[in-house]
Design a protein around this ligand. Sequence first.
Ligand code: MG
Length: 160
Amino acid sequence: MKFKIGLGYDLHRLVPGRPLVVGGVNLPSEVGCLAHSDGDVLIHAIIDALLGAKGEGDIGQRFPDSDPAYAGRASLEFLASIMEEIKGAGFTVVNIDSLVLLEKPRLLPYIDSMKTNLYPLLGISPQNIGIKAKTGEGLGEIGAGRAIASWVVALLNSSG
Ligand code: MG
């Protein structure tokens, strides 16, 4: 067995008239992510952590925002595609842990739904997914409600 760890990060601006999607869940919000896809920072950071653990690339190289084919796409589809690649290379996910930095709404009521979206794709039980919400305490761009960010670590196991 060979363990590999990966780190992912993502940030998007929040603007009026856009959906706010985190972990594949549409959150009630007057602002949403300015992004080419649905702007799901948690899934984008998960993908970067998985690719980092595998030792290659990032989400921008796989799904470039210059390609109209990816406009408005659900990031869950991107994660499904990356997981096929991860499994095809002989890796399984052990666990992921994450932080979502967002001033509002409170994420706690939605975290179980996020895990329900994520665990079948990741091939792990919901207990092996950590999702923790933090506000910006009113400070900086996140605290002012103008941005959302996410940090993720992922542990992969290679049988090869
Ligand atoms: Mg992104």
